[in-house]
Design a protein around this ligand. Sequence first.
Ligand SMILES: *[C@@H]1O[C@H](CO)[C@@H](O)[C@H](O)[C@H]1NC(C)=O
Ligand SMILES: *[C@@H]1O[C@H](CO)[C@@H](O)[C@H](O)[C@H]1NC(C)=O
Ligand SMILES: *[C@@H]1O[C@H](CO)[C@@H](O)[C@H](O)[C@H]1NC(C)=O
Ligand SMILES: *[C@@H]1O[C@H](CO)[C@@H](O)[C@H](O)[C@H]1NC(C)=O
Ligand SMILES: *[C@@H]1O[C@H](CO)[C@@H](O)[C@H](O)[C@H]1NC(C)=O
Length: 625
Amino acid sequence: MSDNTRSWFIVLCLLSAYTIPSSSDDKNYAKSLLKFKQSLTNPTMLQNWKEPLVDKLCFRNTPIWTGCLCLNGSFIGLRLEGMGLQGKIDIDSLSELPLFSFSLMHNNFSGPFPSDIKKLGKLRSLYLANNSFSGEIPDNAFSGMKFMKKVVLSHNLFRGKIPMSLMEMPRLVDLQVQDNLFVGRLPDFWQENLTVNFSYNNLEGRIPVKLSNQKASSFIGNINLCGKPLDPCKPKNSALKISFIAAAVGGFALAAFIIILLICRRRAKPLQYVKSVDMEKPSYNNKHETYKNNEHGKLYFVKNDNERFELEELLKASAQVLVSGSFGSSYKAALHSGKSYVVRRFRQMNNLGKEEFYEHMRRLGRLSHPNLLPLVAFYYRKEEKLLISHFVANGSLASHLHGNRSPNHPCLDWPTRLRIIKGVARGLAYLFKELPTLTLPHGHLKSSNVLLDGKYEPLIADYALVPVMNKNHAQQFMVAYKSPESTQNDRVTRKTDVWSLGILILELLTGKFPANYLRQGRGPNADLATWVDSVVREEWTGEVFDKDMNLGRHGDQGQMLRLLKIGMCCCEWNEEKRWGLSEAVERIEELDISDDDDYSSYASEGDLYHSSREMSDEEFSFSRA
Ligand SMILES: *[C@@H]1O[C@H](CO)[C@@H](O)[C@H](O)[C@H]1NC(C)=O
Ligand SMILES: *[C@@H]1O[C@H](CO)[C@@H](O)[C@H](O)[C@H]1NC(C)=O
Ligand SMILES: *[C@@H]1O[C@H](CO)[C@@H](O)[C@H](O)[C@H]1NC(C)=O
Ligand SMILES: *[C@@H]1O[C@H](CO)[C@@H](O)[C@H](O)[C@H]1NC(C)=O
Ligand SMILES: *[C@@H]1O[C@H](CO)[C@@H](O)[C@H](O)[C@H]1NC(C)=O
């Protein structure tokens, strides 16, 4: 490009004597451009925009200053693409130019939409795609821009409604807003010959008739859009009413059931469980005594396919304390067979009577999914329960995200993280499907309950324990009860686990530990909310991502951004607006390491990726040996 410019300079020098008509305007334009440049933070590619000012910005169709657009010797626009630009966009300076076309695509701009853009009254095309612009675009942002033909805002982080002032552009032929966070219904676009792309937002409702002739790919990735060219809208009304009534009746029945249960329990055993909440330090040396004396102490195996062992054997095995926490402590026990098990020890698990407890555990034992840590056996005593599962080679996701780096803890690259979150989503979806009667199919989803096997496939642990935990204890320690609906309205719903998934996603992407995540106690947990805010509302740049992910490939960053958005939609405070699990899972499944965007140039990098991926798998297995 610079070669090109240089050769034009030479031509220019040869011809300048007699061909260039002088134009005093251009000098003023140059002055304005220089002013505009000053508001940018790193305009390294605009080196030739400098004093002394040029007399002419254009020679025929060729610009003298980088990035100018020229037609027949006249300056007509700016095309400042892929220059790493960021900073403020000084619209006032630009408004002094005859700007017909203006592009800032593929730069690093962030912050709100430049809302005074309507001062550029001559503008026909505006391209802001592939930056990190964020926030809502005011409804009147484009008011009076009646010449506008192309508006390209794709691949940013714009939120809120599609601005209505787009309706005031009679000549609009191309509108691209894909890959943002726009919400709400589509306005009734009326323009002739309009091509649109609304894909990958959170738009909803019926697609306007006028847009029904567009390609389906212009609307995909909006779970709640319907109508031609997508699937027909469901006649929702009656179904909605019925499900509403059903939910109300179900809710009432459930509430009644809980109340009856509570009353019965109160009567039967007053104050039994209001003892000290503190867990003793697990004293491993004493364990043998404790269980030996308990004659009917027998392990109950929930499946037939596992090797059998006695509690004795488990207790004799060489063991190691893994976690000693308030929620429950765990030990690792290596048996003679060579297999290692994890024994989780719970004291505050008396919400159900013995029969019901067995029933619930058998139910958990029947669950089987590649991304669930299976329950192997359990042990029941009134004062204490033990849950036994296999030991998982690579520890928890939390230890990898927040632990010290070592050969045993290599940092997780992006493809691995994506695989992990996909696995978690699948496991969670399975729990939702298999446990339809539980309000909280998981209830305690967090990074330390996502274990990684030898191949770094995730296994979800500690699921579906809410029904058996003492209420008070659950509310103090379980993640679901840190959700906004629990802290504010004292209730949890089927979307509460989605919120935990969202937190997990943000944690996975940023590598930041949710401050005071595990803080004990009830009441407003302002800290976790602040944490989400700090992640979400920070200036949008690549900065938010964990540097350990190896941020080299830009195609990946597009996918990371998408996942970030998914995380945000899952963390939505208002649970009515929050996504359901199926939406979240669907979106997560759409992500891919080879970017499927319209940037085909990244396809070739995909192959490169695969070979490097295999290498790092080898590294992993090496580090395990
Ligand atoms: C540009 O100049 C050419 C020849 O000088 C002329 O034919 C053409 O109409 C001009 N175009 C515009 C848009 O002014
Ligand atoms: C986005 O812009 C960057 C420059 O900041 C560029 O390198 C990259 O190719 C663009 N990515 C896409 C997906 O267009
Ligand atoms: C739409 O396109 C057709 C065919 O290209 C053209 O005849 C018509 O004038 C266009 N309508 C508008 C409003 O631009
Ligand atoms: C719309 O954008 C999406 C995402 O970038 C792309 O996959 C799709 O092909 C586009 N559709 C059209 C009609 O351009
Ligand atoms: C632009 O942003 C990307 C990632 O967001 C970053 O890697 C790059 O260094 C930035 N470029 C400049 C010039 O700041």
